[in-house]
Design a protein. Structure first.
Length: 255
């Protein structure tokens, strides 16, 4: 349960950590673009005076800011490969929450239950011990209840003490295998997500790099390219977003 809780916390921290630099980068880009349109630099005092003379544009709404900055803005900027990565993130988060809620039952006070069952058996009250186990929740109570049922049935059939103990222990071990399988349910899904999400991120990056280089070739052929590095930087930045989000989903799922 600690691993699942750590995966959930790691996923939320990584998601919040990426949104802050993205917001600063988008703000810087918008400032530079506005300065280039006005023909001035951001620190030029003439730009401030000209901006006061012109009509101020309407401030963007919170929904527009949400689409341009933060995790949602990065998801939109990353392209179509972000969609399957987002779906895998939602699935992984659902599995982590479901497993966390199920494994919380392991924190019950099992020592008190075992001692109470032992006292009931010592005082020859197997029916009370079975009722006590049925009232409790958790895998330990379920295994003890299975053993008590086997004990009561074999005792009525007249089994001797040696065969009775052997059959009860064998029944509890057999039932414990099913309990362990139930506790590990859906964990293979997290293993698959931890492998598939980074691969999708790498695939999105490769596709984005191909598209970025195609744009460079088109700009060079049309004569609109001023600097190849500048033309490639934006496309590469967008392409690397898929790898970033793929790792953000895969690493917590692997933990």
């Amino acid at each position: 349960m600690n691993r699942i809780f750590a995966s959930l916390v790691c996923f939320l921290l990584m998601l919040s950590g990426v949104s802050a630099p993205a917001a600063e980068a988008n703000a810087t880009t918008e400032t530079n673009a506005t300065s280039d349109e006005n023909g001035t630099k951001p620190g030029d005092p003439d730009s401030n005076s000209e901006g006061d003379e012109t009509d101020k544009p309407e401030p963007p709404s919170w929904f527009d800011k949400l689409k341009e900055t933060g995790p949602i803005g990065l998801l939109i900027t990353g392209g179509w490969f972000m969609l399957p990565i987002l779906l895998l993130a939602i699935l992984a988060l659902a599995v982590i929450i479901e497993r966390w809620r199920s494994l919380k039952m392991l924190n019950t006070d099992n020592e008190a239950l075992r001692q109470a069952v032992l006292d009931d058996l010592t005082n020859d009250r197997p029916d009370d011990a079975l009722a006590r186990c049925d009232k409790e929740r958790g895998p330990v109570a379920a295994v003890l209840a299975n053993g008590m049922r086997k004990y009561i049935v074999l005792r009525k059939l007249g089994y001797d003490a040696g065969r009775l103990e052997e059959q009860v222990v064998k029944s509890m071990e057999s039932y414990g295998v099913h309990i362990v399988a139930a506790l590990e349910r859906h964990l293979p899904v997290l293993a698959i997500i931890s492998s598939v999400a980074p691969m999708l991120g790498f695939l999105g990056t490769v596709a984005g790099m191909i598209e970025s280089f195609n744009d460079i070739v088109q700009n060079v052929e049309s004569g609109t390219s001023k600097n190849i590095v500048t033309d490639a930087a934006e496309g590469i930045r967008v392409a690397l977003l898929t790898t970033c989000f793929g790792l953000m989903v895969g690493i917590p799922a692997f933990m």
